[in-house]
Design a protein around this ligand. Structure first.
Ligand code: BJW
Length: 250
């Protein structure tokens, strides 16, 4: 029977491309407090600060390129005979730059702006690679309520029904480069496990949810993931069984 793979990626997969991860010892987000740039309240207090913060990250996308881990996932998606779902918490476009299609961006995308429903906007989404012009009107309703299309703390992540559907029929759940502290993404491993999936994490070090993984492969994803994908595409589940045995966390 063809097996279904669900992959969850986090900031660690883009670290080797030069995009900093979120959690650091200072607790700051690129020199800002999380509450200031990653909450609806922060945006209401100082929309200009928040716009500029995301403008900087959006413009940086022109300079960054996917690394071997992003490319390995594209190869896996294109060649795996069963189902394949790629869910990312990342707001960058490196999976797309690597050629991945149908990526589920559960925390939004830097390359999009949305007409802000909570302030009376219509929810229409527009694409952009440029800095945001605060005077730009929504092309659908004409209101000047465009905001970064990012899921801030306290907001509902995107496509949760679709993600839960895929997790419910997963045979293999792979988590790559995520600290496992932000929910609901941190809970996906448990859902997949309950559905009977084998669970595997790739990280520099064990994550906060390591207790829910059958096995862990620790090292830079740009090095570890391409080897794993090559083995899985070559020998299928025989290879996976060996990996789970050799890297068991149980
Ligand atoms: C490598 C590597 C290499 C490095 N190779 N690996 C109390 C308990 C439980 C939950 C909550 C709570 N209080 C509030 C909540 C909910 C809250 C939450 O989880 N908070 C926790 C912090 C406690 N969650 C939410 O609010 C979410 N919404 C929600 O729950 O809605 C439901 C709801 C809504 C309303 C009412 C009621 C319920 C929304 C979460 C939104 C997250 N958004 C962000 C911001 C994006 C843009 C930005 O501002 O810049 O998304 S936060 C940030 O964290 C970003 C990331 O996607 C997310 C996850 O981070 P990630 O990817 O794991 O990165 P890091 O930096 O943490 O880790 C990197 C990892 O990579 C490390 O492990 C490294 O070791 C590793 N690594 N290099 C491999 N080369």
């Amino acid at each position: 029977m063809e097996k279904n793979i669900v992959v969850l990626t986090g900031a660690g997969i883009s670290a080797e491309s030069g995009i900093p991860v979120f959690r650091s010892e200072t607790g700051l987000w690129e020199n800002h407090r999380v509450e200031d740039v990653c909450t609806p309240q922060g945006y209401q207090r100082d929309p200009e600060l928040v716009r500029k913060f995301y403008d900087g990250m959006r413009l940086n996308l022109r300079k960054v390129r996917p690394n071997p881990a992003h490319l390995a996932l594209t190869r896996l998606a294109e060649n795996w005979k069963g189902g394949f779902t790629l869910v990312t918490q990342n707001i960058d476009n490196l999976h797309e730059q690597a050629g991945s299609r149908n990526v589920i961006h559960m925390h939004g995308e830097l390359t999009k702006l949305r007409c802000y429903e909570a302030l009376g906007g219509c929810g229409h989404v527009v694409e952009t690679m440029a800095a945001q012009d605060p005077d730009e009107a929504c092309p659908q309703c004409g209101k000047k309520l465009l905001r970064p299309h990012i899921v801030w703390f306290g907001e509902m992540p995107l496509d949760m029904d679709l993600i839960n559907e895929r997790l419910a029929v997963a045979d293999l759940f792979i988590s790559i480069g995520t600290s496992g502290v932000v929910y609901p993404a941190a809970g996906f491993v448990r859902i997949a496990r309950q559905a009977g999936a084998a669970t595997l994490e790739f990280n520099l070090e064990p994550s906060a949810t390591k207790g829910y993984f059958d096995a862990g492969i620790y090292g830079p994803a740009g090095k570890t993931l391409p080897n794993f994908v090559d083995g899985l595409l070559r020998d299928g589940y025989d290879y996976l069984r060996g990996i789970l045995r050799e890297n068991s966390l149980l």
